[in-house]
Design a protein around this ligand. Sequence first.
Ligand SMILES: [Zn+2]
Length: 180
Amino acid sequence: MDKDVRQWLAPLARRWGLEEAMERQAPVFAWASAVGEELSKLARPLYVEGRTLHIAVASHVAATELRLLEGKLLARLSQLVPENPVRRLRFHVLPQPAPPRRPQVEEPTAEDWEAAEEEIPTGLPGELRVRLVRIAAWARARDRTILQAGGRRCPKCGVAHFGPGELCPACSLVSGEQAD
Ligand SMILES: [Zn+2]
């Protein structure tokens, strides 16, 4: 493990009576340095059990590739963490967390512009009204994009969102509903 990290973590771990557990898990912390940045993106260390380091990979292909390197990786690891040698790597194919959904918002359609025109009162000063119509048309395009990508409409304010609950993030903040 990184010397600095260890110096910083050890007193905390000792206080919590976790020093032993932390020592045992040291290969988890050393993994990224052992395999390099490229490989550590494909293979995430999970935990040490006995002398086995369990690793999550995104695909069977990645697992096969890494198995070919097992000897080399184990040698690297025991150089970095000599007091806690890992003898085996075990790969688990786990789905990677989905990338954040951020769909491209398409331009407003003719209907969006028409609906926006109707939505904004006519009595407003020209310049302001033009601006509000434009905002309303783009808001419609945005909502449509979000709904098509699997989002939902907030029952309180009507805005489309990707939040986990029914309410949009703003409304759930106001109502105190936990958006976990
Ligand atoms: Zn809302």
